[in-house]
Design a protein around this ligand. Structure first.
Ligand SMILES: CC(C)(COP(=O)(O)OP(=O)(O)OC[C@H]1O[C@@H](n2cnc3c(N)ncnc32)[C@H](O)[C@@H]1OP(=O)(O)O)[C@@H](O)C(=O)NCCC(=O)NCCS
Length: 301
């Protein structure tokens, strides 16, 4: 096995690998076919990540040049986000994921590594905790079919974000969770035809209380990343985002299990739990004073 970086033309090979790894693992272990038979929708992952963080995917290559596994990483000023990590189903249990993560730990050069992984997957849980990652928050993955007319309600103080909001978004996230990733916010906001939407909630004095990004990509309708000063702000942002950007669709979003009001509100809307995830850190985990809303795309937080 040789470690190298993913090459720009290997997007389809990456998408096939991610689909094979997830689909096989969920069918074998959870009797679930939720990832479907097609690998093409997974192309959104290498496409997004090569645009966001070019050259930041460690590949494990077999002697014949085929991909045994790969692990994307997202270097940021305060930390390195990790994900998605995938080993080909025929190559599991041979230390491939460990080797790829050890390479990312080397590249991180002392910065904390952060990731979100399924709490229903003992293989990834074991992989990460054996490397020293410590779970610090549990999330419930919620989903809801949004009616064609959207959700009832109004959303005072919510507006679409603009590029000029990026420094304040970055400062808010740093203040509430110790992370900085302006690069992601620029990426979301720089192109009008991209699938990203970002909303901001301000108080009457124009002070930013929270923001929430979302992917409206057909292969990944998902809310996040976002952060809010409290549960009520987070609930308003989620509500507004579901209403404005997901009419007639069935998106997913993650909510901290400890955010009891937010969880209760999601149940009032009719949301259903579909999975559980753990947010883990290798290294220093700064104190969190807000409500953090992570996502699987991009896994930069
Ligand atoms: C999770 C996944 C990446 C693991 O890949 P892998 O190449 O088989 O993992 P490795 O062989 O490098 O490492 C597995 C480690 O977990 C350990 N392990 C596995 N099950 C364990 C258990 N129940 N208890 C303790 N340790 C366990 C292994 O011993 C090994 O540790 P070691 O290196 O110290 O011996 C792979 O199963 C996969 O691609 N799954 C589907 C996609 C996915 O879920 N990705 C993670 C998204 S967050």
């Amino acid at each position: 096995m040789k470690l190298r970086r993913l090459l720009p033309h290997e997007g389809p090979a990456s998408a096939r690998l991610i689909h094979a790894a997830l689909d096989t693992w969920y069918r074998r272990n959870l009797n679930s076919a939720k990832f479907g038979d097609a690998w093409e929708p997974f192309q959104v992952i290498p496409d997004t990540y090569e645009a966001l963080d070019p050259g930041c995917c460690v590949v494990a290559e077999d002697a014949d040049g085929s991909l045994l596994g790969h692990a994307f990483y997202h270097p940021r000023p305060t930390h390195v986000g990790v994900g998605i990590v995938a080993t080909h189903p025929n190559a599991g249990g041979r230390g491939i994921a460990r080797a790829m993560l050890e390479e990312i730990i080397r590249v991180a050069d002392g910065l904390p590594l952060r990731l979100v992984s399924s709490a229903m997957n003992l293989d990834s849980f074991s992989l990460y905790t054996k490397l020293g990652f410590v779970p610090h928050e549990t999330y419930q993955d919620l989903t809801l079919e949004i009616p064609a007319e959207g959700l009832p309600g109004n959303f005072p103080g919510v507006r679409p974000a603009q590029l000029t909001d990026v420094p304040a978004m970055s400062d808010l996230e740093f203040r509430l969770s110790g992370l900085r990733r302006e690069h992601d916010f620029h990426f979301f906001l720089q192109s009008h035809d991209a699938p990203w939407r970002v909303m901001i909630l301000e108080n009457a004095g124009g002070e930013m209380l929270g923001f929430l990004a979302a992917s409206t990509h057909p292969a990944c309708p998902m809310l996040g990343p976002g952060i809010a000063i409290d549960e009520s702000t987070a609930a308003t942002l989620i509500h507004a985002c579901l209403h404005h950007h997901f009419k007639g669709r069935t998106p997913i979003w993650l909510v901290p299990v400890s955010a009891t009001q937010l969880v209760r509100q999601a149940y009032v809307w009719g949301a259903r739990n579909v999975e559980l995830h753990l947010a883990s850190t290798l290294g220093t985990h700064p104190p969190v004073t807000g409500i953090v809303l992570p996502t699987f795309l991009p896994e930069s937080g």
